[in-house]
Write a protein that binds this ligand. Structure first.
Ligand SMILES: Nc1ncnc2c1ncn2[C@@H]1O[C@H](COP(=O)(O)OP(=O)(O)OP(=O)(O)O)[C@@H](O)[C@H]1O
Length: 326
């Protein structure tokens, strides 16, 4: 096995559309995901995240380029790839609602070639691990969303794969269930597994992911650790937020600041009544002094959140079919 859990090389996938030109879901993607880490794949609706997961799980083939999982080519060595990968989708997809949790797991053990004599112990261990042991005999259709997600994860772990693909695993969960699920993901990392997680939840990506990759319209628009990505944005200037500012106060402050330092950019959020400044580092002291002198004392500063970065990278673009989902 190579050090790279996933390696995409000029990976492209287009779809035939009945009327109109082909649709490019992935456009010459290059991606290297190291083994044993949690990788986040972030992007708006239609960015290409699910297409990438589907190719990695051998459900779809690339139109051109390559994707390998631990060195095995998804198109030419799909059997090996399937043994290396567990897939965890969100929602009801792939669960049998009229069967119990235990029966679902027994079925997936059979599908994954787990020997019959090993199945009872394997199923009990998964039910225990995912906190479903006391609900094992209940029909899955009666489960809450959080319980269904845990069962999905159990399914993904049946074959004990080194790589797990998690497509929006915590979507729609209440905060406690989502937190418990994140603890499970951290456990998977501690076991040395590689996790590729698609999410719209920036806070989740920030706390959970070792690396994040932003994808938009089938292209990668940024990648790195959450901290390096946030630092790239800081290079453009230090962010300072001034709270409780009306539009007219904002206008007056903007005038005063930009007359003195033309490089300062200012944006006002009328609803939240705050102004965001992006200030070249060498001018921070002067700007803060000016702001305070004008009587605005509620100031915060710090590195941008991943959400700021996401919006900075993707939010400005026009995209009428795009639900930003953040
Ligand atoms: N089977 C298909 N036929 C035609 N177009 C498709 C097909 N599957 C995906 N697409 C298109 O490919 C693009 C990428 O879709 P994909 O589902 O990978 O996006 P996504 O990032 O997972 O979005 P979401 O966050 O909404 O799940 C979209 O424009 C989508 O309409």
């Amino acid at each position: 096995m190579t050090d790279l859990a996933l390696h995409a090389d000029s990976l492209t996938r287009t779809f035939r559309v009945r009327r109109g030109p082909d649709r490019t879901a992935l456009d010459s993607i290059n991606l290297e995901l190291a083994t044993g880490l949690v990788h986040g794949l972030l992007g708006p609706n239609g960015a290409g995240k699910t297409t990438l997961c589907r190719i990695a799980s051998t459900v779809l083939t690339p139109t051109s380029g390559r994707l390998t999982v631990h060195g095995c080519d998804v198109a030419r060595e799909s059997d090996q790839v399937r043994r290396l990968i567990g897939i965890v989708f969100g929602g009801d997809r792939g669960l049998y609602g009229r069967l119990s949790a235990r029966e679902n797991l027994e079925f997936w053990c059979a599908m994954n070639g787990v020997p019959r004599r090993d199945t009872p112990a394997a199923v009990e261990a998964l039910l225990e691990r995912l906190g479903l042991a006391n609900r094992a005999t209940e029909l899955v259709e009666t489960f809450s969303r959080g319980m269904k997600q845990r069962l999905h994860l159990a399914r993904g772990l049946v074959a004990d794969p080194p790589v797990l693909l998690l497509d929006e695993p915590t979507v729609g969960m209440d905060p406690v269930s989502a937190h418990e699920f994140r603890v499970l993901i951290e456990e998977l990392r501690r076991e040395g597994r590689t996790v590729l997680l698609t999410t719209h939840d920036m806070a989740e990506a920030q706390v959970l992911c070792d690396t994040v990759t932003f994808i938009d319209a089938g292209r990668i628009v940024g990648s790195g650790t959450p901290d390096t990505i946030r630092a790239i944005q800081v290079e453009g200037g230090v962010r300072i937020r001034i709270h409780d500012l009306s539009q007219s106060e904002h206008d007056a402050l903007t005038l005063a600041l930009t007359q003195a330092i033309p490089e300062v950019s200012t944006t006002h959020d009328g609803g939240a009544r705050h102004t965001d400044l992006v200030v070249p580092p060498e001018h921070v002291a002067t700007v803060v002094e000016t702001v305070l002198r004008r009587g605005h004392t509620a100031i915060t500063t710090g590195p941008p959140s991943l959400e700021d970065v996401y919006l900075g990278l993707l939010g400005q673009r026009d995209g009428s079919d795009r639900g930003m989902g953040v």
